[in-house]
Design a protein around this ligand. Structure first.
Ligand SMILES: [Zn+2]
Ligand SMILES: [Zn+2]
Length: 90
């Protein structure tokens, strides 16, 4: 990972102004240089971001946050039931 970070830091953008992933088998490109680190860790080093409510894990924080909004973890079900009770009560 250290050498990858150095490679990315020294990297020049291509003709389209994009940065290419330094992994030899990978052709992903990024408009923001720093996005390569997150992509590299998730796709080539297998680092996962776990959900705080359930057992799911995700390739990056964006995917995890997106999942969190619709996650059916115990807490979400509890609050959904609660608001239903309140609606029926009034
Ligand atoms: Zn890659
Ligand atoms: Zn979840």
């Amino acid at each position: 990972m250290q050498s990858v970070m150095r490679t990315v830091r020294m990297m020049e953008p291509n003709q389209d102004g994009r940065f290419q992933c330094p992994h030899e088998m990978c052709s992903n490109t990024f408009t923001i240089r720093n996005n390569i680190y997150q992509h590299y860790k998730a796709s080539h080093l297998g680092v996962k971001v776990p959900c705080r409510k359930c057992d799911s894990s995700f390739k990056d924080y964006n995917a995890m946050n997106k999942h969190m909004k619709t996650c059916n973890g115990k807490k979400v079900i509890y609050f959904e039931k609660n608001s239903e009770i309140i609606r029926n009560y009034f």
